[in-house]
Design a protein around this ligand. Structure first.
Ligand SMILES: Cc1cc2nc3c(=O)[nH]c(=O)nc-3n(C[C@H](O)[C@H](O)[C@H](O)COP(=O)(O)O)c2cc1C
Ligand SMILES: [Fe+2]
Ligand SMILES: [Fe+2]
Length: 404
């Protein structure tokens, strides 16, 4: 990839990571990109860097536009490893550049690099720098998604450099939303936005609403959103803003995800009539076996659906480990506005379904009780009971969905 001009004199100079499938434990079946941006003005300004093993790529891309030694300002919007770990390589080439960063960012960056050798300036919400024809304005976005996160707004160009917000883990030759929609599809792009939100931003819905409101109150017009991963929103930046607002406001489909695991397929045998019962009520239903599915995909599907049924056999009196692991992820993501229930096969004392409900309650989720448990293999009568369980759950989901 070469540098790509995204607006007059503003270049994408990042790297495409086609091969990554495990991104800090989050599966990325579509790979990702590390986006950073070079603004050619009187003071040449670089926004963010890339992951350390991609340093060569960004240096090459920058060098295709300008000698990196001429960079005057480096803005660090957040200090996560995938965006700062080639900062030292850039600073070796532009040692007199000034780094602009939030106060918290500076404290954290100190853990990565010896900062005493660099010019550092801390900035806060409302601060601006003039780099020639352009004014760049900073807006802190603490906990979205790191404590030091901020975004940078290029006033004259109306471009929001949004760090991870509004990004997607997609590796592609396309750089822009409209290009990707033609080469791949709108649905894939939307799915990747939901994936990112569900796996990273789910806990921060209220903050997202507040920040978007702050952007609107400030009257920042946004012509383009340039995130740190995936496609740049040039055709319709409002679309991704609305998707975020919708998700933060609890938008979900009136549908059900059945997320389960199984040792000897009895819990799996229960999932089939349960799914049929859900369908019989007219709701869409997707069935996901945990050990056959990347966790990030299961989390995404959980998030898309208003209702979820968790299926687990009992192993040594408790939940099956892959199910417990999934629930641990969900617990940390603190979902809201979802309804949930549980089912499973057991042999003697049982315990998995009860433990699942304990977890649901600790999360404050709306539950449908009781769940359904079957000893060993489900009989035809048990399958009938599972079908009815599915029907009833679907009805409860529809009822609950009316509140949104
Ligand atoms: C290693 C192992 C440990 C088990 N521990 C328990 C247990 O503590 N309590 C219980 O009720 N059943 C226990 N079971 C029985 C399973 O819950 C039972 O076989 C169930 O039908 C398995 O469902 P599945 O076919 O969906 O895996 C255990 C089974 C295995 C293989
Ligand atoms: Fe990040
Ligand atoms: Fe990132």
């Amino acid at each position: 990839m070469k540098a790509v001009e995204i607006k007059k004199d503003i270049y994408w100079v990042g790297a495409v990571d086609w091969a990554v499938r495990d991104f800090h434990g989050y599966e990325t079946p579509r790979g990702t990109t590390y986006n950073n941006y070079l603004i050619m003005d009187d003071e040449i300004t670089l926004i963010d860097t890339v992951k350390y093993d991609f340093a060569e790529y960004t240096i090459k891309n920058i060098s295709g536009v300008v000698d990196p030694a001429r960079i005057k300002n480096v803005i660090i919007n957040h200090i996560e490893n995938d965006h700062v770990t080639s900062l030292d390589r850039i600073m070796d080439l532009a040692p007199n550049a000034t780094i602009y960063i939030s106060e918290k960012g500076k404290k954290g960056l100190d853990r990565f690099f010896d900062l005493s050798r660099w010019n550092m300036k801390t900035v806060k919400t409302g601060d601006t720098i003039t780099i020639g024809k352009r004014t760049l304005e900073f807006l802190e976005t603490p906990m979205l998604h790191w404590p030091d996160s901020m975004v940078t707004y290029a006033r004259e160009d109306k471009v929001l450099f949004s760090q991870d917000a509004f990004g997607q883990h997609i590796a592609s030759a396309a750089r822009f939303d409209d290009e990707f929609e033609i080469s791949e599809s709108v649905a894939k792009l939307e799915d990747s936005v939901i994936d990112y939100y569900a796996n990273i931003l789910m806990p921060f819905g209220q903050m997202i609403k507040n920040k978007i409101a702050e952007i609107q109150t400030k009257g920042l017009e946004i012509d383009m959103i340039a995130p740190d991963h995936g496609l740049i929103w040039r055709k319709d930046p409002g679309k991704v803003l609305n998707m975020y607002l919708d998700m933060a406001n609890g938008k979900a489909r009136e549908s059900v995800a059945i997320i389960y695991d199984t040792m000897w397929q009895s819990t799996e045998k229960m999932a089939v009539p349960i799914a049929e019962g859900i369908r019989a009520e007219g709701l869409d239903c997707r069935v996901i076996k945990l050990r056959a599915t990347p966790t990030s995909v299961a989390i995404k599907e959980f998030w898309k659906c208003r209702g979820t049924l968790i299926g687990s056999p009992t192993l040594n009196n408790i939940l099956y480990p892959s199910v417990a692991e999934f629930l641990t992820h969900i617990r940390g993501l603190r979902p809201k506005n979802r309804i949930i229930g549980a089912f499973g096969s057991f042999g003697w004392g049982g315990g998995a379904v009860k433990e699942a409900y304990d977890v649901f309650k600790s999360m404050g989720l709306q539950t449908v009780e009781p769940g359904i448990q079957i000893a060993y293999r489900p009989s035809p009568t048990d399958e009938e009971a599972c079908f009815e369980f599915g029907r009833n759950f679907a009805r409860q989901v529809s009822e609950y969905h009316k509140g949104f």
